[in-house]
Design a protein around this ligand. Structure first.
Ligand code: NAD
Ligand code: MG
Length: 398
């Protein structure tokens, strides 16, 4: 195995840190070209001192100046930049072989697309990029000869259960269905009354996974699973009718592929993102990830149940957006990001998240955005509409 050079977009996040944990176990095989973060400058500085990247990128000029001051002594040769253009540059730099796309939300799309156009080996955690611009991302990877490897645990599981060619493309011709598992999140068994009164702290307290705040709320509303259905549609080229969701509270079976002969293949493991990260990093081989062995006897039993589309309307909204086609997924994602933000700020009730998204989808029904410019424009429009809708108080009662 030759040395691979990595750009890590979103280094200070939950996925970013897990990625650095895995590569630190293999210093002879991975080196870090660039680390990026938005505002957590102190944390990024510590990571730069440990991993000694050539470049670091932060959100704004002030953060860049602070980072430069923090690295002056310990790592002065690190080139420091800020802003989206710099993110795109380190994502497409010739010095990087591999790009971990682990920025949260639509902010990850431009650098993700830059990596795709540059033919990188992309380890994709940033599902929002595919939800917003699946076709553009896939076209860019195909044209540049790049490789798109799923890090999201469900998609990584499915990827491991499918026949895959050398270009990373799945053969789905003998597949009946993809079955995405969902933990059900912290409100799997909660009453609607409890959910109505849910606080941000309760919503981000996921029973099995430790993740960033936005995706934790997405898991609590099950929008995360909805976004993942759309993600699966693009990654594997499977239409909506052949993608199912099944609730599996133990988070041991990470997803399944059902074949036409009745075989169902599952990938199992600890709920630890270092497994899918290591699997995508090393594909088609395997490396040590620091994950403790799965002890099925200690777990005892695995259970499965159907999702509740009534208590979790966000899941239905995502299926509907996928069915509508056009650009409904862009609107869904944008509205969700704003609504989750407002919920985390204590300005929107938990159940009102779905109301705000529905109102925005209705207002922008039939929108089409095919180019990247049009996608960003529609995304911005949807964000404004959702914010207006929430600020008018239409959704505040939850
Ligand atoms: P996080 O909030 O822990 O980290 C987000 C990272 O993105 C941070 O490094 C932050 O500095 C950076 N960032 C935030 N806003 C930015 C902006 N506007 N511009 C540039 N950088 C910005 O999030 P996370 O949980 O690590 O999730 C990252 C992505 O991976 C998300 O798309 C999420 O859906 C996906 N994902 C996460 C997990 C998980 O277990 N955490 C699992 C599957 C998929
Ligand atoms: Mg997932």
């Amino acid at each position: 195995m030759s040395v691979q050079s990595l750009t890590l977009l979103g280094a200070t996040g939950s996925i970013g840190r897990s990625t650095l944990d895995v590569i630190a176990r293999h210093p002879a095989h991975y080196r870090v070209h660039a680390l990026t973060a938005h505002r957590r400058v102190d944390e990024l500085a510590a990571l730069c001192l440990q991993f000694r990247p050539d470049r670091a990128v932060v959100g704004d000029a002030e953060s860049a100046a602070r980072l430069a001051a923090l690295l002056r002594e310990g790592h002065p040769r690190c080139a420091i930049d800020h802003g989206e253009a710099a993110l795109c540059e380190v994502a497409s730099a010739p010095e990087a072989d591999v790009v971990m796309a682990a920025i949260v939300g639509g902010a990850g799309l431009a650098p993700g697309l830059a990596a795709a156009r540059a033919g990188k080996r992309i380890l994709l955690a940033n599902k929002e990029a595919l939800v917003m611009a699946g076709q553009l991302m896939l076209d860019a990877v195909a044209e540049s000869g790049g490789l798109l490897l799923p890090v999201d645990s469900e998609h990584n599981a499915i990827f491991q259960c499918l026949p895959i060619d050398a270009r990373g493309r799945a053969d789905i011709s003998r597949v009946r269905r993809l079955l995405l598992t969902a933990s059900g999140g912290p409100f799997r068994t909660a009453t609607s009354e409890r959910m109505r009164a849910a606080t941000p702290e309760q919503a981000v307290a996921h029973p099995n996974w430790s993740m960033g705040r936005k995706i934790s709320v997405d898991s609590a509303t099950m929008m995360n699973k909805g976004l993942e259905v759309i993600e699966a549609r693009w990654l594997f080229g499977v239409e909506r009718e052949r993608i199912g969701v099944i609730v599996h509270p133990q988070s041991v079976v990470h997803s399944m592929v059902e074949y036409i002969d009745g075989s169902v293949l599952a990938q199992m493991g600890q709920p630890d993102m270092r497994t899918p990260i290591a699997s995508a990093l090393a594909w088609p081989t395997r490396i040590e990830a620091g994950v403790k062995p799965l002890d099925l006897c200690a777990i005892g039993s695995l259970s499965f149940e159907a999702p509740d589309f009534v208590r979790f309307p966000c899941l239905q909204l995502a299926f509907d957006a996928l069915a509508e086609g056009g650009s409904a997924s862009i609107v869904l994602n944008a509205a969700n990001e704003i609504a989750v933000d407002r919920f985390l700020a204590g300005r929107l009730g938990f159940l009102a998240i779905a109301d705000a998204i529905r109102a925005t989808l209705d207002a922008l029904a039939g929108s089409i955005a095919a180019s990247i410019e049009a996608i960003f424009e529609l995304d911005a429009r949807a964000r404004r509409l959702t914010a207006d809708f929430i600020d008018r108080g239409a959704a505040s009662a939850g």
